[in-house]
Design a protein around this ligand. Sequence first.
Ligand SMILES: NC(=O)c1ccc[n+]([C@@H]2O[C@H](COP(=O)([O-])OP(=O)(O)OC[C@H]3O[C@@H](n4cnc5c(N)ncnc54)[C@H](OP(=O)(O)O)[C@@H]3O)[C@@H](O)[C@H]2O)c1
Length: 338
Amino acid sequence: MPTNQQIQLDNRPVGEAVASNFKLVTTETPALQDGQVLVRHHFLSLDPYMRGRMNDSKSYAVPQALGQTMGGGTVGEVMESKNDKYDVGDKVVGMGGWQQYSVVDATVLGALRKVDTTHVPLSAYLGAVGMPGVTAWYGLVKIIEPKAGETMVVSAATGAVGSAFAALSKARGCRTVGIAGGPDKCKYAVEELGFDACIDYKLHKDANSLSAALKDACPNGVDGYFENVGGMVLDAVLSRMNAFGRIAVCGMIAGYNGAPLPLTYPALILMNRLKVQGFIVSEHMEVWPEALKELGTMVATGKLRARESIAQGLEAAPEAFLGLLKGKNFGKQLVKLV
Ligand SMILES: NC(=O)c1ccc[n+]([C@@H]2O[C@H](COP(=O)([O-])OP(=O)(O)OC[C@H]3O[C@@H](n4cnc5c(N)ncnc54)[C@H](OP(=O)(O)O)[C@@H]3O)[C@@H](O)[C@H]2O)c1
């Protein structure tokens, strides 16, 4: 069995996460038991939710245990199998974690899923045709429930979730406006992702200024908002919501280091009779097949060409992850492991 490199959570962050919270270790891979498969990971997914799991606090998921391999989505190839349903060479997606190899009990429902790389690249199963894509789909289709001609806004617009949101929203005939950090991301949002407009929030020092820019980009107001960031961005979009608008609260990355994100005018929710609903995509497994089908077709036909930021090698994972929390990624953040 191969030697395995892993990244473990060594200690918990106080405020901002730092590289010394992580530790690289080398271990031996155990021999396979009946029902298990050995997977060699080709790509590791880095996702904002991992920051929350580094804290030992009450949340929707249990905290990442200290001294254990960091959890995370992976795609890879079956190298050895003691399970009838998996053959050597099968491409699979699972939750292999921050390591080169994983031994997976493939008899556990949902532990591993075979994927077809004929028309969809393997890495896309961690992004547009994976958890982030389904996240965009759920928030748009099930919470916002868009109608053709309405105006949709999404923050962190060029990221893994935001880029899928753009394609799904445009396919439903909506004016689709992004909010992203910096001129390069905004140019890419309009020219490559199909956004009708994109606002660089870094040009705005406060919510009033950002709200004025939103007024120009959304002349008919905002009917649906997909929230990824929180803080000033949420305040600004809230001020432009139409009556009976819907807000899917997906993430609040601006506060993941523990900074409070107060809402300045919550009364706008009442005045505009808004629906505001948070969600966790893994609690809605029933929609994944339908969502993945639409997203897979979009990627295979070139209607969704999501960008990827790829860090090289497992040892690069901590810095890439810390960068993701500061917007240094441009598109889906992955780590290439082979
Ligand atoms: N509810 C769920 O089930 C679920 C599932 C998946 C993801 N999410 C959430 O969805 C959001 C997007 O996830 P993703 O995987 O697509 O990540 P991503 O957008 O690929 O990367 C994160 C982006 O967030 C932006 N950002 C970082 N710090 C920020 C700050 N302080 N203020 C404003 N923007 C900041 C950066 O974009 P800019 O450079 O444009 O600022 C950064 O590139 C996250 O909040 C995540 O937690 C939720």
